[in-house]
Design a protein around this ligand. Structure first.
Ligand code: CO
Length: 291
């Protein structure tokens, strides 16, 4: 079986005048929406930020947190940090305008998460297996439980030297979940309360988060799945923007450098087709509520 889930659109602008709108169902069906001509413009003086010298030691990316508007993982004097914050805030605004045009039914319900800048080449990076994003997975965070909320990510490749962002894309979510259903265990009684109490998690981890973390870890550890399952290599060229529900689409990041990313959260009930969500899919497969 071949994997063909990228859908391309001709938009050249972010704002309300772009041609594509009302494509919630395409996104919710597990497609990656790609905009090969939608460029995030940098001013001449902003190209200095396409460099890993602005990263603090051991950081893999720079994060702009909302609503505090605080930068994390960046080093520099006040002027440079201020300029970088301005750049990243502009990306947050433009990607939000794009998302609200593409997905008008989410209007009023899309919650803005972190804005991230990834200045490091990811090919050949050494990471522990559980954090190795070059292995295929659906996103699940150990520290930031979503309690079922959807994770929408909008990316733009800013690479100034022609380098694509290289991904792999894999099987549909339901098929992926079915692979590991028999290995899914229930959490120890009280563990979600304890993790929250010691602040290991930001908010309480629900049964849903527990199952998603296990899916993530089982997939990461399964070398047979990594190499032999149906998958496709996809390159996102420089000046391409793309949007994906990363909690649903099986993906891996293989290479590339200088990418901006905006995270949004959406509660399942505000989807056009809530039954396509990982929450509803897992509840159907496991025949038990996960809320
Ligand atoms: Co991921």
């Amino acid at each position: 079986m071949s994997v063909d889930i990228v859908r391309e659109f001709p938009d050249t602008r972010w704002d309300n005048y772009g041609p594509t709108r009302g494509v919630e169902a395409t996104l919710e069906d597990g497609h990656v929406l790609s905009f090969p001509q939608l460029k995030f413009e940098l001013a001449e003086v902003e190209y200095r930020f396409l460099d890993d010298r602005w990263l603090t030691e051991n950081a893999t990316h720079i994060a702009l947190r909302w609503p505090e508007r605080m930068l994390h993982g960046a080093v520099g004097d006040a002027r440079n940090i201020g300029d970088l914050r301005t750049l990243m805030a502009r990306y947050a605004e433009l990607s939000e305008a794009l998302a609200l045009r593409l997905f008008p039914r989410y209007s009023g319900h899309l919650r803005r998460g972190d804005t991230l800048l990834h200045p490091i080449e990811i090919a050949g990076r050494l990471t522990p297996w559980r954090q190795d994003d070059s292995r295929m997975h659906v996103d699940a965070s150990a520290s930031q439980p979503t309690r079922g909320a959807r994770v929408l990510r909008v990316y733009s490749n800013l690479n100034p030297r022609g380098k694509p962002r290289e991904w792999r894309l894999g099987e549909p979510f339901a098929a992926h979940a079915q692979r590991y259903l028999r290995s899914i265990t229930r959490p120890l009684p009280g563990s979600s309360w304890l993790l929250n109490a010691v602040r290991a998690t930001q908010g309480r981890r629900t049964a849903y988060d527990h199952v998603m973390l296990q899916l993530h870890d089982h997939a990461m550890a399964d070398l047979e799945f990594q190499h032999a399952s149906s998958q496709a290599r996809v390159n996102f060229a420089p000046d391409t923007t793309w949007a994906v529900f990363s909690d649903q689409v099986v993906h891996a990041e293989m290479g590339g450098q200088h990418v901006l990313e905006q995270i949004f959260y959406l509660d399942v009930e505000h989807q056009v087709q809530p039954n396509t969500s990982p929450l509803h899919t897992l509840e159907r497969l496991l025949k038990r509520p996960l809320r």
